[in-house]
Design a protein around this ligand. Structure first.
Ligand code: SF4
Ligand code: FES
Length: 239
């Protein structure tokens, strides 16, 4: 089938504003959108900028907006976004992050917010045995959130970030949940004040767009709500 790709191009050093550029490409319904981008880069225009690495939904580097939805290009098949010969597929960079070039966004703010929630195990207690033992059911409590690949699809999809630039965002909050729920972690007292703020969990308005966008199927909104509940319970106990 024939596909028309419309890709939003922008080179901040040269262009005054972003503009769509069209490319006609031959595609199979089972091709991935990433295959089409690589075709364009190899054979049509080597200056096209986009990130990719694993090509298998693991590294999180090729998140972008495809037909208005935040997705991984390597996990999106042509048949998912184009239903007929001659269909147009629009590709844009993620929202809420500055564009460095074409589909490449500057992820610094996203990762700064991730780092801000202390996304690592905090436990100064001496290890009694060779390792910190954890029951399978305790591990299950946060297993879902460990699937995050930090692709920022949820960050782009979140409507709260349209107006509230300082919001920590869904991915950082999901990772805060991951460590708060870890039975081996002792970092709650350090982490809760970072989350219990107007730009922390309370900014979430339960739009569920993060959950819809997440290519790993993580129940992001649910985990934010679980963290809100934990903070309320903690403060009702005087914590
Ligand atoms: S929660 Fe999902 S959408 Fe958000 S960064 Fe992690 S993997 Fe990507
Ligand atoms: S290239 Fe790694 S997730 Fe798509």
């Amino acid at each position: 089938m024939r596909i028309r790709l419309e890709i939003l191009r922008f080179n901040p050093g040269e262009d005054r504003e972003p503009a769509f550029q069209g490319f006609e490409v031959e595609a199979q319904p089972t091709d991935r959108v990433l295959d089409l981008l690589m075709h364009v880069k190899r054979f049509e225009d080597g200056t096209l900028g986009f990130r990719k690495s694993c090509a298998h939904g693991v590294c999180g580097s090729d998140a972008m907006r495809i037909n208005g939805k935040d997705r991984l290009a390597c996990k999106t098949l042509v048949r998912d976004v184009a239903d007929a010969d001659g269909a147009t597929v629009r590709i844009e960079p993620l929202r809420h992050l500055p564009v460095k070039r074409d589909l490449i966004v500057d992820q610094e703010a996203f990762f700064a917010k991730y780092r801000a929630v202390l996304p690592f195990l905090i436990n100064e207690e001496p290890v009694k045995e060779k390792e910190r033992i954890q029951l399978p059911e305790d591990r299950d409590a946060f297993d879902d959130a460990t699937n995050c690949i930090l692709c920022a699809s949820c960050y782009s999809a979140c409507p709260v970030l349209d107006a509230k630039e300082g919001f920590l965002g869904p991915a950082a909050l999901a990772q805060a949940f991951r460590f708060l729920e870890d039975s081996r972690d002792r970092g709650e007292a350090a982490r809760v004040p970072l989350l219990d703020t107007p730009d922390g969990v309370w900014a979430c308005e339960n739009h569920f767009e993060c959950t819809r966008a997440c290519p790993r199927g993580i129940k992001v909104t649910k985990h934010i709500n679980q963290t809100k509940r934990r903070i309320r319970d903690r403060s009702s106990k005087g914590g």
